[in-house]
Design a protein around this ligand. Structure first.
Ligand code: ZN
Length: 312
């Protein structure tokens, strides 16, 4: 029954609490995580790991400005290999993992063992601005070792250590088995992030830590119909907060057939001629969204003719 319910748009909210001492953001990401899992044919545990990373990246990037881009990469020695997610200022996120079919046995609590597929390694953040416009500036890069592999704790550790912003982070992906065929599907996904600004009152920090530690899992709330604002209300308890903005978020990739053609056009013409001769075309796969672009013989011939006219 649950999967038949009307699919609402995913949303992200951003706000401040405790008179501006605290920044808070929350998102419901069920649809976009389901889209990522579907596109990459991810196993349940990898789906949980990728979904948490996509959600955390959106939350971390919630104050991005136009032309900004934020990339989170988690590189561990577990079977998934690495996880990459990229968000922009328009609430768009895309991401992929190296081994989507990797799996691990359930952990001692009987839950999907995200730590087990991620393993030990590093957590990297890259902030870039103007890249797509050719206004490329030196990117900001930060990294910390993975302290957990469960993803939420790793985002919190990164914020605290690398950006000096003590933070509480909750991220979750709830998978359920389809009643008809037993296939796993994403029933709920989302998360929240609470960042203590410099000078935040010790009492406020203690009250938030207490409140967050007692909050139920975000996926439990979301599966019961909670919106992002409800997640913040639950996590912040008695602390007053104000929502600054709310926006839709989605899984969107910037690739396209035109970009695939332009990429092929930029490679050496002898290689294009070889593709035409040996493969009768070209196939390109976008690793971010797993979309496949096929260029047939006529398309490659056109590219070669185009180059002839330019060089003549
Ligand atoms: Zn793509």
């Amino acid at each position: 029954m649950a999967e038949k319910q009307e699919r609402l748009v995913d949303l992200l909210v951003r706000g401040t609490a405790a008179g501006g001492e605290v920044r808070c953001m929350a998102g419901v990401t069920t649809n976009l995580v389901a889209e990522a899992v579907r596109r990459h044919e991810a196993s349940p545990t990898v789906g949980a790991a990728l979904g948490r990373t996509l959600t955390g990246t959106l939350l971390l990037g919630s104050s991005l400005k136009e032309l900004d881009r934020l990339t989170v990469q988690i590189t561990g020695d577990g079977p998934v290999g690495s996880i990459t997610a990229e968000a922009n200022a328009n609430g768009q996120v895309r991401g992929y993992v190296r081994n989507p079919q990797a799996e691990a046995p359930l952990n001692e609590k009987g839950k999907l063992d995200v730590r087990g597929v991620v393993g030990a390694g590093m957590f990297y953040v890259t902030r870039e601005s103007g890249y797509d416009m050719g206004l490329y500036r030196e990117p900001y890069r930060g990294s910390v070792p993975l302290i957990s592999g469960e993803i939420a704790e790793d985002f919190a550790y990164y914020l605290t250590k690398s950006e000096q912003i003590p933070s509480a982070v909750m991220l979750g992906v709830l998978l359920r088995a389809n009643e008809a065929n037993g296939a796993a599907y994403v029933a709920a996904a989302g998360g929240l992030m609470i960042q203590m600004m410099p000078g935040a009152d010790e009492k406020t920090i203690a009250a938030i830590e207490e409140s967050v530690s007692r909050a139920p899992q975000v996926t439990k709330l979301i599966s019961e119909g909670a919106r992002p604002i409800d997640l913040l209300r639950t996590a912040l308890g008695a602390i007053e907060f104000e929502i600054l903005d709310e926006r839709p978020i989605e899984f969107v990739c910037s690739c396209s057939h035109e970009r695939a053609v332009s990429l092929i056009s930029s490679i050496d013409r002898n290689e294009i001629a070889a593709m035409l001769r040996e493969d009768k075309g070209a196939v390109m796969n976008c690793h971010f969204c797993n979309e496949t672009y096929r260029l047939d013989e006529a398309a490659l011939e056109q590219i070669l003719r185009g180059e002839e006219t330019i060089s003549a």
